[in-house]
Design a protein around this ligand. Structure first.
Ligand SMILES: [Zn+2]
Length: 90
């Protein structure tokens, strides 16, 4: 999922993504900079936790297909929780 698709899913716009090798699950744990949320100006770094269904969950009937997003949460962050880099510029 690219930043445009992520924005369509969350009704927000993102202009940067922080990527580092300390993040072992970069597809599931995304650090992005948000510039608008619900058409309002915004300036914050966010950690998005996105869960993609696997085959087991499909077999259990918990998801319709492998790769379906079944869980998506977000918290605001000032630092990368993986490498410690400061994201928010003061
Ligand atoms: Zn990092």
């Amino acid at each position: 999922m690219n930043l445009i698709e992520l924005g369509e899913n969350t009704d927000s716009e993102y202009d940067h993504e922080h990527r580092c090798s300390a993040n072992k699950h970069p597809k599931a744990d995304r650090l992005v900079h948000c510039v608008t949320a619900h058409d309002e100006p915004f300036d914050s770094w966010q950690l998005h936790n996105i869960h993609y269904a696997d085959e087991t969950e499909v077999n259990l009937g918990e998801a319709d297909y492998v790769g379906e997003i079944t869980y998506h949460s977000m918290i605001l962050v000032n630092y990368c929780p993986f490498c410690g880099a400061q994201l928010k510029q003061s």
